[in-house]
Design a protein around this ligand. Structure first.
Ligand code: F6R
Length: 605
């Protein structure tokens, strides 16, 4: 969480570069914003609570000139949302911005006698003082000493008052990437802020110190030996970052979903079978398997729950799914031939990274499904597999989710083929069903107005239930998360059969209930459960596969989904429920892309 940026250039354009880049980073946190801008006369700090465009409006006519600077967009952890707690923080000659959490900051306050000096409630200001304590003109040495004092996760961008036009940085866990052009160097928390400068970039290794000026980028290890970095390449275009005329990124990203799924699977299918040669994932990984442990958070975990059903049923592999945030604290005892599969759009979620580290310590093989190339996770696991969804900017995950599903389906297909739990023909048929998923999703997009209409009926609801069975229940878990995070309606998903074991007591006259009915073998049971809630006065909306509609009572509001094999209905159902959540939020007048209290990249535990 939090986004940081650093810029050193030859022109006096640091102000606009920092503000523009902060807008790209805003999805990481948006309660406060700030920057420090330097020129020949010195360094000035501008910061406030609120969004980047609010700060922009306040200062854009102030004629601010500078050729280097650092910037920050905040997701509050230590201390409330106010100007004093906004970054940058300063102490003596040090000005810095921070992404992460310093766990031992209280201890540092005592050790360095800082209580009376602090002007904010942040852990970050404490670090500025510690660094200033060690700084005697040698920045590399001081940063090296400071970092030995810190416990926690961090990425810092730092300016020293007596070193104009130089930006320093260091990180552990929280990412920093950087790039260089003929007349500037720039660092950021992620690639999106760099892509308008260059398609080549470097990843700052953990606990290495970066020194960046307008003319060069140098990196040192903690013994102050210089390190040579390998350039990497961004493989999407900067145009992918715009809203393309849609009011919100979320809508644009849902419209891109069929293509995102297609781009994720097409290079991994050869002669009708899933093929992971280009990912350097050999069949031996599937052959040796004892079981699979999936770790992920939020939406990514929901993709894992779907995969669990299929790994078990299609590939015959015992599979468990854990919340990454619970995993290490449960101290699981993993069989040596377990494959740990992590799923993460950002590749930076700290809970998921910690789960991977735990598995690695036990010599467990690790595979990750990631959307962001160059992310920390991609460098940590044995087998990084990338979804090709392109940048996902809306906080609510949409195209990343269905792309993750599609990649997981390919893994299921390959595992089933290699382990012989399905014949070659059966796997080919499984894969051709998967290849139809983008078409099914396009059909849903064609009916989006119908979903928009029923979404309007939810805007005054305070609480809503989502019910379904089998894979439908899992799709609704995701739909329910989507609805609550962007519309602020309390929404709960239940396995329909579970209703009568408690939750049905909450159903009364007019209670909204959203159902999904797409699983052929479960239809009669799902319908009985619908009748039970209707009998108690529920207002029912059902997302139903076309071929099953004839089974439903006439007085149920039906949203028709295209026909497909039951195992593949998760694709159109997920998209339909995303559209539903989107329209509810939009109709309520919310900033759909930036729901309150949330951030796109979750780098704190
Ligand atoms: C919900 C959402 C979150 C993320 C979760 C994990 O729409 O986006 O639940 O899925 O924070 O993030 P990643 O996938 O980046 O690890």
């Amino acid at each position: 969480m939090c986004g940081i940026i650093g810029y050193a250039g030859t022109a006096d354009n640091a102000f606009s570069v920092l503000l523009d880049s902060l807008e790209f980073l805003e999805y990481r946190g948006y309660d406060s914003v700030g920057m420090a801008i330097g020129n020949r006369e010195g360094l000035a700090v501008y910061k406030d609570k609120g969004r980047v465009n609010e700060l922009r409006k306040k200062i854009e006519n102030a004629g601010i000139k500078g050729n280097y600077g650092i910037g920050h967009t905040r997701w509050a952890t230590h201390g409330g949302v106010n100007k004093a707690n906004a970054h940058p923080h300063q102490a003596g000659k040090v000005t810095l911005v921070h992404n992460g959490i310093i766990e031992n900051y209280q201890e540092l306050i005592e050790r360095y006698d800082l209580r009376k000096k602090l002007r904010s409630e942040t852990d970050t200001e404490v670090v500025a003082h510690v660094l200033d304590h060690y700084y005697d003109g040698d920045a590399l040495k001081a940063i090296g000493k400071m970092v030995k004092e810190l416990k926690g996760t961090f990425s810092f961008a730092i300016i020293f008052a007596d070193q104009p036009n130089a930006i320093y940085a260091i990180r552990t866990v929280s990412p920093i990437v950087m790039t260089k052009t003929a007349d500037c160097s720039i660092l950021a928390s992620d690639l999106m802020s760099l892509s308008s400068f260059s398609n080549d970039y470097y990843v700052l290794p953990e606990l290495s110190i970066l020194k960046m000026t307008s003319s060069e980028i140098r990196v040192y290890d903690l013994s102050l030996n210089e390190i040579e970095l390998q350039a990497k390449h961004i493989d999407w275009q900067v145009e992918a970052l715009g809203k393309a005329g849609y009011p919100f990124y979320m809508e644009k990203e849902m419209m891109e979903e069929p293509k995102a799924v297609e781009d994720t699977i097409k290079e991994r299918i050869r002669n009708g079978l899933p093929d992971f040669e280009s990912d350097a994932l050999s069949d031996e990984v599937f052959e040796k398997l004892h079981s699979i442990m999936i770790v992920a958070c939020g939406t990514a975990r929901h993709a894992g729950l779907v995969a669990k059903q299929l790994f078990e049923r299609v590939a015959g592999i015992h599979t468990e799914v854990e919340y990454a945030s619970e995993f290490i604290y449960n101290e699981p005892n993993l069989h040596q031939d377990t494959l740990l599969i992590a799923i993460s759009q950002s590749g930076e979620t700290i809970d998921t990274l910690e789960a991977i580290r735990y598995a690695k310590k036990q010599n467990i093989r690790t595979l990750a499904i990631i959307n962001v190339k160059g992310s920390t996770m991609s460098q940590l696991v044995d087998y990084p597999l990338f979804t090709n969804a392109g940048p996902e900017i809306a906080v609510a995950s949409t195209k990343a989710y269905t792309s993750q599903l599609s990649l997981l389906y390919l893994l299921v297909g390959r595992a089933a083929y290699v382990r012989g739990t399905r014949t070659k023909e059966e796997v080919e048929s499984f894969i051709s069903n998967l290849q139809r998923a983008p078409g099914l999703m396009n059909q849903v997009l064609e009916c989006k107005d119908q979903i928009h209409q029923i979404a309007k009926e939810a805007i005054d609801d305070k609480s809503l239930f989502m019910i379904g069975r089998g894979l439908d229940y899992l799709s609704l878990m995701e739909g329910s998360l989507k609805l609550k995070e962007i519309s602020y309606i309390h929404s709960e998903s239940y396995a329909s059969g579970e209703l009568k074991h408690g939750p049905i007591s909450l159903i009364e006259e007019g209670t909204p209930v959203v159902a999904a009915i797409t699983q052929d073998h479960l239809v009669s049971k799902s319908l009985s459960n619908l009748k039970e809630v209707k009998a108690r006065g529920a207002r029912v909306y059902a997302f139903v596969k076309e071929s099953l509609i004839g089974n439903l009572d006439k007085d149920i509001r039906i949203i028709e989904l295209p026909n497909a094999d039951s195992d593949f209905m998760v694709f159109p159902t997920a998209l339909a429920l995303q559209l539903y959540a989107y329209y509810v939020s939009m109709e309520k007048g919310y900033d759909v892309d930036k729901p309150r209290n949330l951030a796109k990249v979750v780098t704190v535990e």
